[in-house]
Design a protein around this ligand. Structure first.
Ligand code: ADP
Ligand code: MG
Length: 866
């Protein structure tokens, strides 16, 4: 076997330290990948797999040009891989032997700083989790692109951990290898990348970031995260702010399912932003505002004073449209300050970014003035805190041209007049160029060749070009021949060469000097990082609040008030998203009233009548109120909720791909274990995922438990009409129903919520709307009538112990036992009838219905043969 080359040896040594990453190994203008990495990456990136070397020693290799590496990196990161960037760290021209190479940074899904993996209006979080089972869990999360970092203590259960793992923008979680397997599993279930970091002793200089943290576990998680970032990023983490400790008790807690079911950030079915509450209320003008709004939506406030502070500005800007529009206009001049600052700290900033910083700073005085003009004390406070950074702005203004290039190595960034030496070089270069441009005229005169040209190309430099027919006309020995083309000859003169040398020299100097000046500027900006970060926070807040004002004005939202008591009153309330998808005036506004005698509303009504919509609009209204936005209702008074839980019956949850009854029950458990009497519960058709009796039994016992033990405000929709009887038993439970009327045997949805229980379920009418075969409809109608005659019109529960708990049993037993046709029914027939009764007709295709009928027919025939 031949000896491997020194470079391959170097490669293998480096690769051994970065086993779990793709090693991007810099070779000239390419990043190369070798061996396994190459085979895998070629497939993932759809690039050609080649070989390095020949014969048996040939090794698999693939590569990407360094200047376009970013898109390939984004691609791999997007698929959840990590990449180690290995650069040449000495000049190949002066290096002896193999060029020294080092990994300069590891890019992971949670630490991407650039490229298409970053969405402007999304945060990108990396978290660290330490769990002491049975005691507490520590959670720290950071966004490297913005410098935001915060920590909070959680209870060590799946609900609390799941809530954090489901925050929007989280990509990666750093843990200790020996952490509880259940936690690892949870990380995987949330589709997050798991990274291990064992180091938990802080490095010198980290105390500044850790000052706020006293809890030992929390500190450990924070240090673990800092170590991981330090190890992978290999550079200063100066822009990471001091870690803020957040109390989870400061926020309205939304569990994973509430966020999903209420479609706060994306829709349940398609996972699109369009159709979510976020899309409806997002009128922010900046990327930073967009990100803050998302964070607010995931964490509504509990502190009424803070909420009212936000409301104050929304009100002021809702009323003063001119001021608001001016403010929006000014905000559009603001670039992504937070991320610009991140790039400065990372030294990935270029002159274009600094020009964006400059124009951002130019917008600040106007914003500050408009906020100051706003008549509200919170506005005064915000305005006072905004620092305009005039000195920095002036410096950037003096230093940078308006449209600098992307590269920071080739000059063209710095304005004339900023630096004397630079101006000198530029003049020298300019003089040379003028001399050359005059040369063409002069030589034409001297030689008499009218078509003589002076030109430039990258390889040969400046030249004088004369076409072949004119060569003979040239004075002897006037030019030196340089290059022969098909139709022309190119020449130089000693003088031209000298000028060229001067120009090139000057340009090299310009490139170097401009780079130096740029770095100086960058360092100067670096000193202002924390000021700029504070400014970003203030601007983001102003932006979100003006957005609330705008949407509240345009969509006719009104300011909600809060009560310490138990009443919830919404007058003419709407669902903020559904009302927009319907035409104007189509949405039927409804009132909601709850108090200590109406803690629990049992909502009945036909399928598709608007039960789910009604429930969700209450929850969405509460969330909008607690983030400081106005709400879609003429008037609204609500308690401040501490938690919102939702449980949507299995049949409505098919989109999640987990429509199992088990999931439904686990979620219900979370709600029952954690809800308090300050919580809001939405239970939409629970118990649907199992057989009728089971489901109803559970639904009833759950309702009783909430009513008797928790006392949370609860909206409960059900297709089990029998459950409406509960309102008679439970003092704080009330029936409401969504009205529908019948016209020519067709059901008409009124979407109007009225007191009392629905008179019937209209299932068959809905089936008709869905165009089930007429035979099925007809038969169902007959069966229904039979059943109704059988049970009589009175649904009152009997007095027996069992019947009290389960009103349905009463009915069924009565149905089976009462006189008339039903009496003769065999158990098989009864079973079929029970099936008809609980068929979810609307969620069935005609074909499924036919199959079921076919089964019934088969069973009946079998039965008759007996
Ligand atoms: P249910 O839960 O009773 O089956 P949904 O709440 O899913 O019904 O509502 C079904 C459809 O009815 C909604 O998609 C919406 O288009 C319409 N709808 C619901 N509530 C209203 C309303 N208040 N005004 C107008 N249309 C409504
Ligand atoms: Mg529904």
């Amino acid at each position: 076997m031949t000896k491997e080359t020194p470079m391959m040896k170097q490669y293998k040594e480096i690769k051994a330290q970065y086993e779990e990453t793709f090693l991007f190994f810099r070779l000239g203008d390419f990043y190369e990948l070798f061996f396994e990495d190459a085979v895998k990456a070629a497939k993932l990136l759809e690039i050609t797999l080649t070989k390095r070397g020949t014969g048996e020693e040939a090794i698999p290799m693939c590569g990407v040009p360094y200047h376009s590496a970013e898109s390939y990196i984004s691609e791999l990161i997007g698929q959840g891989y990590k990449i180690a960037i290995c650069e040449q760290v000495e000049d190949p021209q002066t290096a002896k032997g193999v060029v020294k190479r080092e990994v300069v940074r590891i890019i992971t899904p949670g630490t991407v700083m650039e490229g298409k993996a970053l969405e402007a209006k999304d945060n990108q979080y990396i978290g660290a989790l330490d769990v002491t089972p049975g005691e507490q869990a520590a959670w720290v999360k950071a966004d490297l692109t913005t410098g935001e970092i915060s920590a909070s203590l959680l209870s060590p259960d799946d609900l609390a951990i799941g809530r954090e793992l489901s925050i929007s923008g989280l990509r990666e979680v750093v843990i200790a290898e020996e952490i509880d397997e259940k936690v690892k599993q949870q990380i995987q279930e949330h589709g997050l990348i798991e990274s291990v970091e064992e180091e938990i002793e802080p490095l010198a200089g980290w105390e500044d970031k850790l000052v706020q943290i006293s809890n030992v576990t929390l500190r450990q998680a924070a240090v673990r995260l800092l170590h991981y970032l330090h190890r992978t990023q290999k550079r200063s983490l100066d822009h990471l702010q001091a870690i803020q400790v957040e109390e989870t008790t400061d926020f309205l807690l939304l569990d994973v399912h509430a966020k999903k079911n209420l479609e706060l950030l994306e829709t349940l079915r398609d996972k699109t932003r369009q159709g979510s509450l976020l899309a409806e209320v997002d009128q922010t003008a900046t990327a930073m505002g967009g990100r803050l709004l998302k964070r607010w939506l995931e964490r509504p406030l509990l502190d009424q004073t803070k909420i009212e502070r936000r409301q104050g500005l929304v009100e002021a800007w809702k009323q003063d449209m001119i001021l608001r529009e001016d403010l929006r206009e000014a905000l559009t001049g603001v670039y992504d300050l937070e991320r610009l600052v991140g790039k400065v700290a990372y030294q990935t900033v270029n002159a274009r970014d600094l020009v964006q910083l400059r124009s951002t700073l130019e917008s600040i005085p106007a914003i500050k003035a408009l906020v100051e003009e706003t008549d509200h004390e919170h506005a005064d406070r915000l305005s006072r805190q905004m620092k305009t950074c005039d000195e920095l702005k002036e410096l950037l203004d003096r230093a940078l041209v308006s449209h600098p290039p992307v590269s920071i190595l080739e000059g063209g960034m710095i304005r004339t007049g900023y630096h004397a030496k630079l101006d000198e070089y530029r003049e020298a270069s300019q003089n040379g160029k003028t001399w050359i441009s005059n040369l063409e005229q002069e030589e034409r005169q001297v030689t008499g060749v009218k078509s003589l040209k002076v030109g430039y190309n990258k390889v040969f430099g400046y030249y004088i070009e004369v076409t072949k027919p004119n060569i003979a006309q040239l004075p002897q020995d006037r030019y030196e021949r340089k290059q022969t083309l098909t139709n022309a000859e190119r020449f130089v003169t000693p003088e031209l060469k000298e000028k060229e040398r001067l120009i090139l020299e000057a340009e090299t100097e310009i490139g170097t000097l401009e780079h130096e000046l740029f770095v100086e500027l960058r360092e100067r900006v670096k000193e202002e990082i924390s000021t700029l970060q504070e400014l970003s926070i203030l601007i983001s807040e102003v932006d979100v609040l003006q957005g609330f004002a705008k949407v509240s004005d345009v969509n006719d939202y009104h300011k909600p008030t809060f009560t310490a008591g138990r009443t919830l009153t919404l007058t003419a309330s709407r669902h903020p998203v559904v009302e927009q998808t319907l035409g104007s005036g189509e949405y039927v506004a409804n009132n909601v009233y709850m108090d200590e005698e109406r803690e629990l509303l049992i909502i009945t009504g036909p399928n598709m009548s608007g039960k789910s919509t009604y429930m969700r609009q209450v929850a969405l209204t509460a969330i909008m109120a607690q983030i400081g936005c106005f709400v879609p209702a003429k008037e609204a008074e609500l308690p401040v909720f501490d938690q919102i839980f939702t449980r949507i019956g299995a049949a409505d949850d098919l989109a999640s791909g987990q429509s199992t009854f088990m999931v439904e029950m686990v979620e219900t458990k979370h709600a029952l274990m954690n809800a308090t009497n300050r919580s809001l519960l939405l239970l939409d058709e629970i118990g649907r995922g199992t057989s009728t009796y089971d489901g109803m039994a559970l639904a009833q016992s759950i309702l009783e438990y909430i009513h008797n033990t928790i006392g949370a405000k609860t909206l409960f929709s059900t297709h089990y009409h029998e459950l409406t009887a509960l309102a008679d038993e439970l003092p704080a439970a009330q029936n409401v129903h969504v009205a529908a009327s019948e016209e020519n045997e067709e059901v008409v949805f009124l979407h109007e919520v009225q007191e009392g229980r629905a008179d019937k379920s209209y299932g068959i009418h809905v089936a008709k709307l869905a165009q089930l075969p007429t035979d099925v409809l007809y038969r169902a109608q007959t069966v229904l009538e039979e059943l109704e005659t059988a049970k009589g019109s009175d649904v009152a529960p009997s007095s027996s112990q069992e019947a009290e708990q389960l009103p349905l049993f009463t009915i069924s037993e009565e149905a089976a036992a009462s006189s008339g046709e039903a009496e003769e029914l065999s158990p098989e027939k009864q079973k079929i009838i029970a099936e008809v009764e609980c068929m979810d007709v609307l969620n069935m295709t005609p074909f499924e219905a036919l199959q079921i009928i076919n089964d019934w027919q088969h069973q009946l025939k079998q039965n008759n043969k007996k």
